[in-house]
Design a protein around this ligand. Structure first.
Ligand SMILES: [Zn+2]
Length: 87
């Protein structure tokens, strides 16, 4: 039997094992799309679904809101670079 910590390391979608990694997450809106590269996430070994932790999610939402306001059709931004620019 393994403790709660290990249960948290399971994919909520398929139960696969999550590994720390870097991923690209697309945010699609009605009039724009924002692609965020280099996002630190827990990635499912089985279905490849990325999950971000709370602090990363908050920063992602903030970043996407800023970029969305530029009203470009497609934006590609780097999460890692945003930390330097906006920190
Ligand atoms: Zn999964």
């Amino acid at each position: 039997m393994i403790g709660d910590q290990e249960n948290n390391g399971r994919c909520p979608l398929c139960g696969g094992h999550l590994s720390a990694g870097i991923t690209t997450i697309p945010f699609i809106f009605a009039d724009t799309a924002v692609l965020v590269k280099q996002v630190p996430a827990q990635i499912c070994d089985n279905c490849r679904e990325p999950f971000t932790i709370g602090a990363v999610t908050d920063r992602l939402v903030d970043l996407v809101c800023r970029v969305k306001n530029l009203h470009t059709e497609v934006s590609i931004v780097s999460y890692a670079e945003s930390e330097r620019v906006y920190a």
